[in-house]
Ligand binder design. Structure first.
Ligand code: PMP
Length: 361
């Protein structure tokens, strides 16, 4: 079997045992004589898969009982609209923490629905860090504060979340959900597109405090109301059944690995191998993120010139490494070491970086 060293930023690597299980069950799902894609979302076989995914996520993230877990569609990008449509009432303002392109997109989208303000931001520093938890400025009657827990493009991550007291804190965790333990009760709403740490593209997870749902704006279209999906256990209409099934398999895999604490430890080891290659290179590789804001998921770095970066990326590709080019908006290099990327891939990349420096330094 030829599995690539997959450092794609998303969609990205899935655990091999998950793919193998899905393959084995594809044509005849657990003796039903059909695939999971071919059966009713109202039948007991699918229902068991659906409820298992919900309960595994609740268990792995220790999600308190007063939060609903939703499987939605439209990607994290639709959440950029659904959040203000539901939770930004007229006459109030919502604060956005601007730490990168996705945060900026969420902010720009919310402007279409109501009044927003920048609660903090690091654009003037080319998004090299996230703000300190105490650096936010907002009025106590703000509708909510929105942040991006991991900035996929710039490679920064919050390591201590701000405490916003009575103001609901809403987080886009698309690129680091389940990568480390998070205290869910600090957030009123967490959302994440599945295609990095959770499963395939096409499913979006939302974890929402019931108290927030009760304050939602009236007049939101049915499908764009969180309450619609909460009331019907994400079965108001046909959910993305195959995607949810795969999310369930990924969650079961995480549990088998020892849960989020074990995954977190492995993620630190993995990212550490690559950051070490950067830090010990004497400036041959330069990390983009400030050290205390470094992401465990997306490791962004530059080489001395664009020509050298091109050579690095070309040779890496020949050596079997996939997905190392930085986002098209910023250039440079980026290694995305999501949960399913094995330690061996990170070790191989670190060694490749050391060897490339020896021949080009
Ligand atoms: N937020 C973050 C942090 C992301 O990394 C991405 C996708 N890379 C998005 C939002 C957009 O997600 P989607 O493509 O699911 O709309």
């Amino acid at each position: 079997m030829n599995r690539a060293y997959n450092f794609n930023a998303g969609p990205s690597a899935l655990p091999l045992p998950v793919l193998q299980k899905a393959q084995a069950e594809l044509v005849d799902f657990r003796g039903t004589g059909m695939s999971i894609m071919e059966m009713s979302h109202r039948g007991k076989d699918y229902e068991a898969v659906h409820n298992e995914a919900v309960s595994l996520l609740r268990e792995l993230m220790a999600i308190p009982a007063d939060y609903d877990i939703l499987f939605l569609q439209g990607g994290a990008s639709l959440q950029f609209a659904m959040v203000p449509m539901n939770f930004l009432p007229s006459g109030r303002k919502a604060g956005y923490i601007l730490t990168g392109s996705w945060a900026e997109k969420a902010y720009a989208e919310a402007k279409q629905f109501g009044e927003v303000f920048e609660a903090a931001g690091t654009k003037s520093e080319n998004y090299r860090r996230v703000p300190a938890a105490g650096d936010l400025s907002y009025a106590p009657d703000s509708a909510y504060i929105h942040l991006t827990s991991n900035n996929t493009i710039f490679g920064t991550e919050w390591h201590a979340f701000p405490d916003t007291g009575a103001v609901p804190l809403i987080a886009d965790m698309s690129s680091d959900i389940l990568a480390r333990p998070v205290e869910v009760s600090k957030f009123a709403l967490i959302y994440a597109g599945a295609q990095k740490n959770l499963g395939p593209a096409g499913v979006t997870v939302a974890i929402v405090r019931r108290g927030l749902l009760e304050q939602a704006n009236a007049g939101v279209p049915t499908m764009l109301r969180y309450a619609t999906h909460a009331k019907d256990n994400s079965l108001y209409n046909t959910p993305p059944t195959f995607g949810i099934y795969l999310v369930g398999l990924v969650l079961a895999w995480i549990k088998e690995q020892g849960g989020v604490d074990a995954i977190h430890k492995r993620n630190k080891d993995k990212a550490g191998l690559i950051y070490d290659a950067i830090d010990k290179s004497g400036g041959f590789y330069r990390g983009h993120a400030q050290q205390d804001s470094r992401s465990l998921m997306n490791i962004t770095f530059r080489l001395g010139s664009e020509d050298l970066e091109k050579k690095f990326l070309d040779e890496a590709k020949k050596a079997g490494f996939v997905g190392l080019a930085g986002h098209r908006s910023v250039g440079g290099c980026r290694a995305s070491a999501y949960n399913a990327v094995p330690v061996e891939a990170c070790r191989a990349l670190a060694q490749f970086m050391i060897d490339f420096q020896k021949s080009n330094g």
